[in-house]
Design a protein around this ligand. Sequence first.
Ligand code: HEM
Length: 219
Amino acid sequence: MRSGIYILEGLSPVSWLITILACLPGGNEGFSRLEKFAHESVLKRVRIKRDDDDVMSKLISAARDPKVANKIDMTFLTCDAMVIIIAGGDTVSITLSFLFYSLARYPHYVNHLRRELEHTDITDYRRLQALPWINALINETLRLYPPVPTAPLRQTPPEGLRIGERFIPGNVVVSTPLWSLGRLESSYTRADEFLPERWFPGSESIKDRRGFAPFLLRA
Ligand code: HEM
C-alpha cells in the first residue's frame, strides 16, 4: 500500500501529473501491485462464507450477476476494494499508532482508560461510544495527528464563495490542511499539547470546535 499510494501523497493537488507519471515505464509499478493485491483480496473474500453485514459483503452482492450463479463483475469491485483498503486501513492504523504513542508518552492516561474499560463489555461498540475517556483520547489523537493531515480538495461553486472577509472566485480548487486546523491557538488552548481532558463537557480548552473535522464535513 505504501509504495502504491506514494505517488498520490505529494501530488494529489496536481492530479493530471499523476496520470502522466503513472504512464511512464516503471511509474506505475507500486500502484499495479496494490491493484493486484486488492483484486486477490476480493477473490479471497468472495470465497469466505460470512453472514456479517459489512461493507464488502454489500459490494460483492451488488456485483453478482443475478442470472448466473457465482458470476461476479470485478470491474468496480477491485477499485472499491482498493479504496477500502487505503481509506479504511491506513487511517485506522495511523490513528491507533499515534494513540498508543501518546499513551506511552503520558502513561497516566492508561490508568484512566483501564478504569473506564474495567467493567465494560468492549465488544459492544454502542457502550464504547458513550465512554468519556476513550472518546476524549481518540478525539485528541485525531486533532493532533489526523490520518488525512493534508488537504482534501474542494472546488468553489461557479458564482464564487465568500469565506470571512475573502472572496474566492468560482471553480477554484481550495483546501484546508487538517493538521494546521487542529493546532490553531485560536481554537484550542495549549494547542500543541496532548490534553484529552479538553474534550470533556465544561472544559474551556476548546475555544472553537468548528474546525474539528477529521472525517471532513458534509457539504
Ligand atoms: C480514523 C479513521 C478514519 C478517518 C480519520 C477517515 C477520514 C477520511 C477523510 C478525511 C476522507 C476524505 C473525505 C473527503 O475527501 O470528502 C475519507 C474518505 C473515505 N473514507 Fe475514511 N476515515 C477513516 C476510516 C475509514 C474507514 C474504517 C473506512 C471504511 C472501511 C473509510 C472509508 C472511506 C471511504 C470509502 C472514503 C472515500 C474515498 C474516496 O472516494 O476518495 N474510512 N476518510
